[in-house]
Design a protein around this ligand. Structure first.
Ligand SMILES: Cc1ncc(COP(=O)(O)O)c(CNc2csc(C(=O)O)c2)c1O
Length: 407
């Protein structure tokens, strides 16, 4: 199969890459695979140094610290907790709780359990655990029957395509959404549930590969700063190089770095980078048994080596041009079926006329040997590995054309 979905965007350098297979064959690595440590209490002696060649070597601008986790949901979940701890420490002026805060915390009451909130966006997806689900607004089936926190959800810009033709309308739409963000922050402050943090994806993936301008994100970052809220960029799906830069939010050109960046999928390990001030004041406040997995970190270090040695981020840019230009051509050839071709690097998507036709097209592509994935109500998202070259893209486009001709 030609895989253009790669296990929901989580295979970085293709299947069975020799460099990763070699890791498995090295007898010196066996202990890391067999003896999984409780990293929060008993990290292997060389673990911090090993992070330097791996995760810390790709730390986003302005972030020097990293907390590893297992998956995207637990990365966001624990990043939210670190934000709440930071916010309350800032409000108190120190990190020593009063006896009342300690007593009320264990019975789920304020002030020990404060009424704080995280602002998210309609169309955003941040995971399926309880805190993450309160910031996820994609499909009802993901949220039905699960209690939710009373946290604000702002509108995400609904851009009109082609972007060049609707610049004025789209700028107006983004301005409307940013005004709504500030209104919600003020409203939740008045409700006694101050917004401790804002979470956003650089491209709303599950929600349908929704885009906003880089200027929108720079302005949003400034709003978070203005209101004393942490700014968390969720790079679980966009991170790892598929937009042509290692982190999608690098495209924004932020003067003031994000406070936190969560990751998982292509990085093979979950976790979040964070600014010094978000370091919890005491051990075990952000904690679980494993806190990540040194074996996965080993694979990641090797993946990063391959990305550098094979210059894969430049490859992504070249392949991305072939993909997007090919999608433009197909949308022109099948205007009754396709619209809104869009992408950054090989992180591309296209809309199909309706959900049923989108699902049929994915099935038809699969029967012709191509693995695709849907997102949103009627989009197809393309998530190839970083080793996906121009000839793979052309092969995909030819098969996709045959599937479309067959609809
Ligand atoms: C931007 C973003 N943030 C967080 C998550 C959650 O990561 P996991 O918990 O699934 O590892 C994801 C996971 N993506 C995802 C794709 S399908 C899916 C699902 O639960 O149906 C989840 C994500 O795309």
């Amino acid at each position: 199969m030609l895989d253009v979905y790669t296990q929901i965007a989580s295979i970085p350098i293709g299947y069975n890459h020799p460099a990763l297979m070699k890791i498995m064959m090295n007898p010196h690595n066996l202990s890391s695979f067999v003896n999984r440590p409780a990293l929060g209490m008993l990290p292997p002696r060389m673990f911090p140094e090993k992070l330097l060649d791996g995760l810390i070597s790709v730390a986003p601008k302005g972030l020097k610290r990293v907390q590893t986790m297992a998956c995207g949901s637990c990365s966001n979940e624990n990043a939210y907790k670190a934000i709440f701890i930071w916010y309350r420490t800032k409000q108190r002026g120190h990190s020593n709780p009063t006896p009342e805060e300690s007593a009320t915390s264990v019975i789920n009451q304020a002030p020990g359990c404060p009424d704080l909130s995280i602002l998210s966006f309609m169309g955003g997806f941040h995971g399926r655990t309880l805190g993450c689900l309160s910031t996820t607004h994609t499909k009802a089936i993901q949220k039905l029957d699960v209690p939710s926190f009373d946290w604000p959800a702002a509108p995400f810009p609904k851009l009109r395509y082609p972007l060049a033709q609707y610049e004025r309308e789209n700028a107006q739409e983004e301005k409307r959404c940013l005004e709504e963000v500030e209104d919600l922050i003020v409203k939740w402050e008045k409700k006694g549930k101050p917004v401790a943090g804002i979470v956003i994806e650089p491209i709303q993936a599950e929600g349908g590969d929704n885009y906003a301008s880089f200027d929108f994100f720079r302005k949003l970052r400034a709003i978070a700063k203005k209101h004393g809220s942490a700014f968390l960029v969720d790079e679980v799906q966009t991170g790892g190089g598929s937009t042509g830069l290692f982190w999608a939010h690098q495209h924004w050109g932020l003067d003031d770095p994000a406070d936190m960046v969560t990751f998982s999928k292509k990085l093979l390990i979950g976790g979040y980078f964070y600014k010094d001030e978000f370091e919890p004041d005491k051990p075990m406040r952000i904690f679980n048994t494993w806190m990540g997995d040194p074996a996965k970190n080993m694979f990641l270090t090797e993946v990063l080596k391959v990305i550098r040695e094979e210059n894969l981020l430049e490859q992504v840019k070249r392949t991305g041009h072939v993909m997007l230009n090919g999608l433009y051509e197909l949308q022109a050839r099948y205007p009754h079926l396709l619209s809104k071709a869009r992408g950054l690097g090989t992180f591309c998507a296209i809309d199909v006329k309706d959900e049923d036709t989108r699902n049929k097209l994915i099935l038809k592509a699969r029967n012709k040997g191509v693995v695709l994935g849907g997102c949103g109500n009627q989009s197809i998202r393309f998530r190839p590995a970083l080793v996906f070259k121009e000839h793979h893209a052309q092969l995909f486009l030819n098969i996709f054309n045959d599937a479309l001709a067959d609809m």
